[in-house]
Every structure is written in C-alpha cells, then in structure tokens.
Write a protein that binds this ligand. Sequence first.
Ligand code: CTP
Ligand code: CA
Length: 232
Amino acid sequence: RVLAGRPADLAGRHVVISAGGTREAIDPVRFIGNRSSGLQGYALARTAVARGAEVTLVSANVALPDPAGAKVVRVESARALRDAVLAAADHADAVVMAAAVADFRPVRASDTKIKKSAAEPDPIRLAKNPDVLAELGEVRRERRAAESGPYPRVIAGFAAETDDVLANGRAKLERKGCDLLVVNQVGEGLAFGTPDNAAVVLLAGGGSVEVPRGPKEDLADVVWDLVAERLA
Ligand code: CTP
Ligand code: CA
C-alpha cells in the first residue's frame, strides 16, 4: 500500500499505539488469548510514521513485520502492556489503544506444566486486569487538576461491540474518559484478522464520524485526522 502523499501534520508529535492481543499465562505452555491480529494497530503505526510522527508501538503477540521508523516494544501480558504504555505515555502527545487487552488473568500461573490425570481438572480462577485506557484518563485528570506536567492531550480507544453498538460505545467513552472511541462492528467478514474495517468514531462531547468499510489504513487516517485536529 502506498503511504506517500500524506500530510506531515504529525511532525514533532510523539504518539503511542498499542496493538495486538495480550496473553495471560496459565502455565509455561498455555495462555488465555484473543483473536486480535494487530493489523489495525500496525496500520495506525505505519500511517503515523508516514504523517511525520515519532511512534512508539507497544506490540502484544503480533506476527507482522515491524513498521519502518517506529520504536517497537514487545509485551505479552496485560500488566506488561500497562507498564509499557504508561511509561511511553509520560512523554507522548497522543495514545491510541488499539490492542485487545485481556480483562482477566489466571490468579496464579503454574510454574510447571499442568498434567492431566484421571480426575477432572481444577477450574481456573481469574482475577481482573488493570484497565489501561481508564488509567490513562485517570492519570491525565489528576495531573491536570494538580497542574503537574504534561500528559497526552489525546487519548483514543477501540471497542468491538456486537449489539447496541452506539449506546454501548458512548457509555464506554464516558466511563473511560477518552477523547475518541472507535467502535467496530464485529462480524460479516470485518474486524479480526481481515484487511478491512468499518467503524464509527465517537467523539467526547458528542458527535461521531462514520468510516465506511475499507482498508484499515483508511480508518487509521481518520483517527490521525481527528488527533491532529485536537493537537493543533
Ligand atoms: N482496554 C484497556 N485495558 C483493559 C481492557 C480494555 O486499556 N483491561 C482498552 C482497549 O485497548 C480498548 C478499550 O479499552 O481501547 C475498550 O476495550 P473493551 O474491551 O471494548 O472495553 P471494556 O471496558 O473491557 O469492556 P467490555 O466489558 O465490553 O470488554
Ligand atoms: Ca474488554
């Protein structure tokens, strides 16, 4: 895909993107994962580089080539992703959370491979993971209130919803205190593992931008248009 011909409207900006899907260890050989391929996050990284940004890509378990010109930080679990994103966000203008972050993890990962026996297996007890997007919004609120230094001026999230797409998306945007929430419609050959996406970008304070079905780069460019507008 040709990435030339884009405006350099993110020149001098540092953007942080999370991509892929986290893995939560059950034992040394097994994990709880999800279907995120990382395609949308990597499209965001390539287009941001093409528009002149300094890009930190926090990549969770993605089998795609590194985007040229981006700094790639590899993580496996939600907690490692949180640490990497928060560290990079400290000196970022914008953060886009495209990663599928596991909501839960096994309370304890076994140090050794769990063996099967004649008995039925034990259930896996789960604990809640940190909500990175909500935490970014929270830290920003605190820093703004204390006037203690800069924090990302734009925070964006992604949400894949299957029903009541817009109402669920709007509630999520408000709950997490972000500026933009890209709501994907899952199904019909869209979203996970496909080159195309269709979405509605919900804007804090009301309003939305509809992005028709098309390459994930097109959706990425709409996100960067909205980010650049907010940073200008
Ligand atoms: N997210 C996050 N940390 C989590 C879970 C989600 O930062 N532990 C981010 C995702 O990267 C995404 C956004 O929050 O940008 C929305 O994720 P989603 O799973 O749709 O939201 P949840 O609050 O987890 O709600 P749900 O119960 O629908 O899964
Ligand atoms: Ca979730």
